[in-house]
Design a protein around this ligand. Structure first.
Ligand code: NAP
Length: 254
């Protein structure tokens, strides 16, 4: 591949799996994250060739520095995977404005400004990929802010595709269903809770299981590659059939 890729939230879950896949494809990879511990384990896991940077996506100065460091080390960008995201619950009746706005700030506002900041450094013909979620259509209770943020990401990709097509820059979206990553830790406290949650979630998925981060990473690699050269302003849903064929889920088979 020989391309330069920047991944936000590359120290965990889907972002980390994607960093590994890009490396396998021969890309030069830079990642950002916040958690010092997982940033360090990521350096060990991915090796010294990867640029690992501590930067909060809501901190414009830190992100500007991270982008500049990537360009200085590897050259201009061919791939941007705006992946960092959070998903705390925001049930009607007990949600603070701080939590609601933090979700929008991380998932939406930061996604916009990362693209804007990267613009001068994106090669013509580059590929941008956003990470949305099936919650952008599901109406799952307790997820107003997260669902709205992920619908916003999908819509924003369409607008940006119009704006960036003249430069041959493609922008597409991966839309994962339930994927087994640490993001679920926010909703469970014990191993037993986690096991129960998995069982409940799996009953709503026609393929009968949660996804593996690698299964999303493979779609990102495809969208970043020249093999998807005419794919623009669309989304790939990776959810085991949960939104496309919900009636095929195990929950309906009894
Ligand atoms: P994860 O393992 O918790 O990863 C989230 C990543 O985002 C971490 O690397 C985290 O870094 C980073 N991040 C969060 N807030 C950040 C901030 N303010 N600044 C910088 N980095 C930040 O969960 P994941 O499942 O891989 O999530 C990745 C993306 O997939 C998210 O956008 C999520 O909404 C989306 N998604 C996940 C699922 C699923 O079921 N797992 C389904 C649909 C969509 P730190 O740990 O250092 O904070």
């Amino acid at each position: 591949m020989g391309k330069v890729a920047l991944i936000t939230g590359g120290n965990s879950g889907i972002g980390l799996a994607t960093a590994k896949r890009f490396l396998e494809e021969g890309a030069k990879v830079a990642i950002t994250g916040r958690n010092q511990k997982t940033l360090e384990t990521t350096v060990q896991e991915l090796g010294p060739g990867v640029l690992v940077m501590k930067a909060d996506v809501t901190d414009r100065k830190a992100m500007k520095k991270a982008i500049a460091a990537t360009v200085e080390q590897f050259g201009n960008l061919d791939i941007l995977f705006a992946n960092a995201g959070i998903g705390p619950l925001t049930p009607l009746g007990s949600t603070s404005i701080e939590v609601f706005e933090e979700i929008l700030s991380v998932n939406v506002t930061s996604t916009f400004f990362i693209v804007q900041e990267c613009l001068p450094y994106l090669n013509d013909g580059a590929s941008i990929i956003f990470n949305s979620s099936v919650q952008n259509v599901n109406g799952r209770p307790g997820l107003s802010a997260y669902a709205a943020s992920k619908a916003a990401v999908r819509t924003m990709a369409r607008v940006m595709a119009s704006e960036l097509s003249p430069r041959g820059i493609r922008i597409n979206v991966v839309t994962p269903g339930a994927v087994d990553t640490p993001i679920w830790d926010a909703t469970v406290t014990t191993d037993e809770d986690r096991h129960t949650l998995h069982k409940v979630v799996e009953r709503g998925i026609p393929l009968g299981r949660m996804g593996d981060p690698l299964e999303v990473a493979n779609a990102v690699v495809f969208l970043a590659s020249d093999e998807s050269s005419f794919i623009q302003a669309t989304e790939i849903v990776i959810d085991g059939g949960a939104t496309g064929a919900p009636m095929g889920a195990p929950i309906y088979k009894q």
